[in-house]
Design a protein around this ligand. Sequence first.
Ligand SMILES: Nc1ncnc2c1ncn2[C@@H]1O[C@H](COP(=O)(O)OP(=O)(O)OP(=O)(O)O)[C@@H](O)[C@H]1O
Length: 652
Amino acid sequence: MKEEILIVEDQFVEADYLRLMLTRAGYRVIDIARSVNQALLFIQQQRPDFVLLDIFLKGKQTGIDLAWQLQEQGIPFIYLSANSSEDVLNEAKATQPYGFLVKPFRERDLLVTLEIAKYHHQHSLEAKYRKEAQLKTTLNNIVIEPLESEHKFLKIITAIQPHIPFDFAALGFEHTLQPDVSSISFLRVGFNQYQPIGFTELSTITRKTGEELLHLQSNNVSATNVVFYNDEVFDNICGQTSLDKLLANSFHLRSYLCIPINTPGGRSFSFRLYSRRPDAYNAEHTALSEVVRLQLTTCFENILQGGRAHNAVHHAPPALSGHAAVGRPVAFEGIIGKSHLLLNALDMVGEVALMDTSVLILGESGTGKEKIADCIHASSNRKSGPFIKLNCATLPSSLIESELFGHEKGAFTGALEKRIGKFEKANKGTIFLDEIGEMPVELQVKLLRVLQEREIERVGGNDVIKIDVRVIAATNKNLEKEVAEGRFRLDLYYRLNVFPIHIPALRERKEDIPALAYHFMNRYNHKAGKRISGFSDDALKKMMMYDWPGNIRELENLVERQVLLEKGPIIEDVSLPIHRGIPEAPAIDEKRMKTIHENERDYIVAVLKKCNGRIWGSGGAAEILNLPPTTLTSKMKKLGIKKGYISSESEK
Ligand SMILES: Nc1ncnc2c1ncn2[C@@H]1O[C@H](COP(=O)(O)OP(=O)(O)OP(=O)(O)O)[C@@H](O)[C@H]1O
């Protein structure tokens, strides 16, 4: 017997048909609920393995309300819905469904989606257990390492960071702690880089005396169980005068997770993680904290005893002056910046790289999406496999299909040779689909099938070819809006959006500007054989004031230009556009206009290449393009395409 499923659907006919399809496939349908309340009752009586739920139901509550409760209880669910508005989609997405079926759907779509959901659920459970086991082992090993308290604490938090993100970690800002360990806390200042902040440093930063700090510390809210407070709730918690509030104000912290520790020796205190993100913590983090609480208790008890393990060999610990760094992974080299927004994105890269799931990279043009895709591939288990890139915006829609899936010889007029598509080329590796929002709708269905069934068919071919490819997609568009306006398929969106990573705009992380500017200055110094050593204060100030609508690419281009133009030893001034707003739309518009124009040109050039420049006759470009040869010739003239150019191009 396969899994047990609860259907939540208020349309009788649809629900019955669904039941029929599921039972035919061997699933057991435990019941059909018409409303959220009824569903909750059924779930209480018999926990289903999966829930299929419609969004709009009878009664006040929607499927999305139910989804939150399912998520809390760890019951996987799939939405069944007709296209919805952008707001509804955003809400549905936030509940992290295992799938989304757009009505009307085929029986096969339903069964494949369920299979995928089962795979993902199993996979995420396995990943969860693996993560827990790995963290437990790491913490157990840290206990026996012969390190001083501060180093040991640093090791603990470095081990925790990939699983529970934070920008500030503290142990000992509790009135119950002994003074000798009361000052252990670290501020994250880079990827795997932390700065120790003791009472003395905190006193300097906040201009409070030690006594005042101790007093504030006693006002911190204490907890008996692992708890987290996000955003407004955290604000409220910090409402009173407390050390939490002081920390939040000093380091811009917006959420926190508190793990109370009670040692067998009778000491109780707490291990606190704070984040600059307003919504950093969730039930998964609390669950993981509970699982490793015992290991943490042993670690911290050891720290309270002075850190060193019994019978430890007393190596000199590495110096902890200034920043304590464990180092960036090699795959992240060349990624410049330490802003917490970038570090958050890199944390996610680290988290997803080894998971093999699809990744959707979101962000404005020039923010570094492709660079992040490079990092994911380079940190993944597929790193020795191919990494194939395709920009969906630069290909005419008629060519994308054969670019992606290849074609057989003679598949269409002009297909003179068999061609291997990008998906086949990427086998055992990764494919990067840039500007996925530009993919024509008719091709989106085909891409969806590939993602679901992991097989392709070459254009004009009959064979089904199995492929093993990881998909990373990127877009600077708001895909929810595209879905809401019917330009992007909802089911594909859900399939790609398994793990979204948002790359912040440069204006949101201005603190990264100087490091990036110096990085590009060095690069272009080297290229141009120059020896410019820096920027004047004015130039840096100007760059910090500017909004960078073109993001890092714009900054790179500017620095390149200035390096070439500068005659003196430093870049005295930079020439930036006068407007300082965020002219996002014009930049995109300009690109779109160019794309349409170029698309037509590229399309014609590509077809001409296929026909070896032949316009007339059977198999000629005019026939493929379904245009009279004279019209094609005049179009070519208008678009500046020369006949000789085509032939010499195709000879290359
Ligand atoms: N964090 C970074 N450190 C150093 N260089 C970076 C960083 N991020 C991006 N770059 C550089 O900035 C330029 C633009 O980056 P990239 O092409 O990855 O942006 P993108 O978001 O993919 O742009 P588009 O949406 O236009 O395709 C590249 O030269 C890239 O190497």
